[in-house]
Design a protein around this ligand. Structure first.
Ligand code: ATP
Ligand code: MG
Length: 226
C-alpha cells in the first residue's frame, strides 16, 4: 500500500499481514505514517495498493461495506458520537442488525465492558477517556468483526485504563479476532503482540516476532527508550 494526502506520498509500498487470533502491532515514531496506513486500508484515503481480506480483494470498498464483511476500524479520535448516549452509539455500530440481534449484541458488549453498563443513557461526551475508548471499541464490536484495526487505543489514557484496554485486546484475539494496532506505547504494544512492524518515514524498517523486536538492541535504543 502506498498512500498520502493530495500529491504528497506519505506511506511508501508498505505490506502488512495479520492472521485470525493474532495481535499485530505497528510501532514507530511520530509522523511515521502509521495512522495514514490504517486510513488507507479502510479507504478513507486514496489507495495505491491492495487490501486482501480473507482472500478477497476489498480495495476501495466503502467503510460500511467493510464493516458488513467483518473489518472494523477504531480511529484514534472521533471514535464515538459524543452527543449520543452509550446505547445510541452502540446502536450506530449495529445499525445493520435486526432489533432482536441488536439487543443480544448490545448485552454482549455491555457484559464485556461493565463500566459502560452503568451509564447506558448518558451522553458519550460525559465518559472518561478510558470509558470512551471502550465505547469506541464496543461500537465496532457490535458488528462482530473478524479483523479490528485500532489506532492508538492506549493514547491519552491513564496507565490503569491503558492496561485494561490491552487486556480487552488480548481477550478479543484469544476469541479469534485479528487485531492490528498502531501504538506509541511501543513496549506495551510489543508485549501483547505476536508479530510487529516498525514503521519509519512511511516505510517498514523492521518486522518480526514481537518478542524478537523487544530483545533487539537497536530497536530498544531507538524506539523503546532503552
Ligand atoms: N490530513 C493531513 N494532511 C496532510 N498531511 C498529513 C495529514 N495527516 C497527516 N499528515 C502528515 O502525514 C505524515 C504521517 O502522519 P501520520 O498521522 O500517519 O503519522 P503517525 O505515524 O500516525 O504519527 P503519530 O504517532 O504522531 O500518530 C506526517 O508528516 C503528517 O504531518
Ligand atoms: Mg497516528
Amino acid at each position: 500500500m502506498s498512500s498520502g494526502y493530495g500529491s504528497m506520498v506519505i506511506v511508501h509500498s508498505v505490506s502488512i499481514k495479520a492472521d485470525a487470533g493474532q495481535v499485530v502491532s505497528i510501532i514507530g515514531p511520530n509522523g511515521a505514517g502509521k495512522s495514514t496506513l490504517l486510513k488507507a486500508v479502510v479507504a478513507e484515503l486514496k489507495q495505491d495498493g491492495e487490501v486482501i481480506f480473507k482472500g478477497e480483494n476489498v480495495s476501495g470498498l466503502a467503510r460500511q461495506t467493510l464493516v458488513r464483511k467483518g473489518l472494523g476500524y477504531v480511529p484514534q479520535i472521533n471514535d464515538v458520537f459524543p452527543s449520543l448516549t452509550i446505547n445510541e452509539n452502540l446502536e450506530m455500530g449495529g445499525y445493520m442488525l435486526k432489533k432482536r440481534e441488536m439487543r443480544v449484541r448490545r448485552e454482549r458488549v455491555l457484559t464485556r465492558f461493565p463500566q459502560l453498563q452503568r451509564a447506558v443513557n448518558r451522553a458519550a461526551s460525559t465518559l472518561s477517556g478510558g470509558e470512551r475508548k471502550m465505547l469506541g471499541i464496543g461500537r465496532v464490536l457490535m458488528a462482530e468483526p473478524e479483523v479490528m484495526l485500532l489506532d492508538e487505543p492506549g493514547a491519552g489514557l491513564s496507565p490503569e485504563y491503558a492496561r485494561i484496554v490491552r487486556e480487552h485486546i488480548v481477550a478479543l484475539a484469544q476469541e479469534g479476532c485479528c487485531i492490528v494496532q498502531v501504538e506509541q506505547q511501543a513496549k506495551e504494544a510489543l508485549k501483547i503482540a505476536q508479530w510487529a512492524y516498525v514503521m519509519v518515514a512511511g516505510r517498514v524498517r523492521h518486522e518480526g516476532p514481537s518478542q524478537e523486536l523487544l530483545e533487539n538492541e537497536d530497536i530498544g535504543s531507538m524506539f523503546l527508550g532503552r
